[in-house]
Design a binder for this molecule. Structure first.
Ligand code: FAD
Length: 475
């Protein structure tokens, strides 16, 4: 078998946890008894079991435990899993279960599921997806994603509950790790987050329409937020917590010329005192609300107190603009570039990052949209792209293994030469193709990265790396 040795060791200790497979019970039993079998995923195990080896012309370009590992099981990760399950990809989803919208009462603006509780949405998705036989969902935290052999495959390390450390190999990695909100320490904000204190009018505004509203934000962003909320609320107070300063007024004017006139026209008041606390006076959650209805009013009531101890203000609900950060560092630690504080993802390349083979979807990625429909869309987009890319890689390896070896070797040599043929270098032999001239990476093939391991396709891993690199470039 052509598994990387570490894959055999890593997988062997853990797959009993990772494999409550439905359609592959036999494979799961074999996993328990014959640890070596676990170094290939169940999908492949099914395909090749009993064949007495893999015919080179049918083998995948790279043999790994999984076609893909998805890190994170919020809506983005689940959407990617669904898309890959539908085409029988062999996929593991590892989820640490700290969802961004966990605190909220209901999730809105999700077609067909408007008003659903976030937990029910995930439950329904998991239940359906787990009917597909080639995918696994497990609880755990991915601690590292380590690119191997020029990104032709990856080693994924994770901690499962019960202090069990595991490792798997995978051809592709999908980061669906989400963002986490950095909530201020003001008493009452964290406690009421998602239950009267929200972040987005589309998510929760309709339930508090025509109620007395507060906006918690710095002056410049509080002022621009007013434009988002005016169709829902007209009694609005901006709680800017001491940020109404001459300097911030200038910044606000640059962003929104005429803002002071606008606030006067809309009768919006600025409260600049420093917040001391927000105290809930009434809980607007209605245990009797009809869950089949997309929306129903929620009548919360809060008291805002200030450090001066004078004149508290009452409000029914708040929208806030607080910063957020990546939930996980595994992407950046694997070499994924950040755009601002988001994982930079290429919309034209199925949301691939700068590390070929690692994709970023959902809130965590750089297209700067953060809602459930976006999470679904990006998961699906990556699933389609990733599936086709895997098969493109397979087809190159399989055609080469089926008898066109010389072409494959020649193509590899051309590729190596192209990488070395840099303008300005004393050996530069002129420009052949634009594509070659602008090639982004300059991997140098050495004995260590051409590798001594063979693969089931008969193509050395290092050569496969070159093939992948060509295809990455061609995308
Ligand atoms: C209060 C609030 C209310 C909201 N309401 C709505 C709404 O009504 N409608 C709407 O469309 N949007 C809403 N949103 C936005 C919505 O929550 C996000 O857009 C959505 O959750 C993004 O999905 P995701 O899968 O990218 O991330 P998440 O749902 O945050 O999921 C990420 C998952 O990855 C896991 N993870 C992270 N790192 C690792 C790791 N190293 N290993 C394993 N797992 C890991 C996390 O534990 C988590 O389970 C709301 C957000 C908030 C804060």
């Amino acid at each position: 078998m052509a598994c990387a040795p570490e894959a055999v060791l890593g997988a062997s200790s853990t797959l009993s946890l990772a494999r409550p497979r439905k359609a592959s019970k036999t494979a799961a039993m074999l996993d328990h008894r014959n640890l070596r079998l676990t170094c290939i995923g169940a999908g492949m195990a099914r395909k090749f079991r009993g064949a007495g080896g893999v015919p080179p012309a049918l083998a995948p370009a790279v043999l790994a435990d999984y076609d893909a590992i998805i890190v994170g099981g919020g809506p983005a990760g689940l959407a990617a899993l669904s898309g890959l399950a539908r085409v029988r990809r062999n996929v593991l989803l590892i989820d640490s279960g700290e969802y961004r919208n966990d605190p909220t009462r209901h999730a809105h603006d999700i077609l067909g599921f408007d008003g659903v509780t976030p937990a029910w949405l995930r439950f329904a998705a998991r239940k359906q997806i787990s009917d597909y036989g080639t995918v696994d969902l497990v609880n755990g935290t991915v601690t590292a994603v380590q690119p191997q052999k020029n990104n032709t495959f990856f080693k994924v390390l994770a901690d499962y509950p019960g202090n069990k450390s595991v490792s798997f190999t995978t051809r592709k990695v999908v980061l669906a790790t989400g963002m986490q909100d950095i909530l201020p320490s003001t008493p009452g904000i964290k406690e009421n987050w998602g239950k009267g204190i929200y972040w987005c009018p589309w998510c929760d505004g309709h339930e508090h329409a025509d109620q007395d509203l507060g906006i918690l934000a710095h002056l410049d962003s509080a002022v621009t937020s007013v434009r988002e909320i005016l169709t829902l609320n007209t009694d609005i107070v901006l709680f800017v917590n001491g940020t109404d300063t001459p300097e911030n007024r200038n910044i606000t004017t640059t962003k929104f010329p005429g803002w002071e006139t606008y606030l006067k026209l809309q009768n919006v008041r600025i409260e600049n005192r420093t917040l001391a606390s927000i105290t809930r006076l009434r809980d607007g959650a209605s245990p009797y609300a009809d869950p089949s209805l997309p929306t129903h009013p929620e009548h919360d009531l809060f008291q805002v107190d200030f450090e001066d101890g004078q004149n508290p203000v009452l409000r029914n609900a708040f929208f806030a603009d607080f910063p957020s950060e990546q939930h996980s560092n595994v992407g950046p630690e694997a070499g994924v570039a950040l755009y601002g504080n988001k994982l930079a993802a290429d919309g034209k390349g199925g949301l691939v990052t700068n590390v070929p083979g690692i994709f970023a979807i959902g809130d965590a990625n750089s297209d700067n949209v953060t809602n459930v429909p976006h999470a679904f869309f990006t998961g699906k987009r990556t699933a389609v792209f990733l599936h086709v890319q895997l098969e493109r890689e397979n087809s190159v390896a399989q055609i080469a293994a089926a008898g066109e070896k010389r072409d494959g070797e020649e193509s590899m040599m051309r590729d190596v030469w192209a990488r070395m043929n840099e303008p300005g270098d004393i050996t530069h032999a002129g420009i052949i193709l634009n594509a070659i001239k602008t090639r982004p990476r300059r991997a140098v093939l050495t004995k260590s990265n051409t590798g001594s391991e063979g693969s089931a396709s008969g193509i050395p891993v290092g050569v496969q790396a070159v093939i992948q690199s060509k295809m990455d470039f061609a995308r």
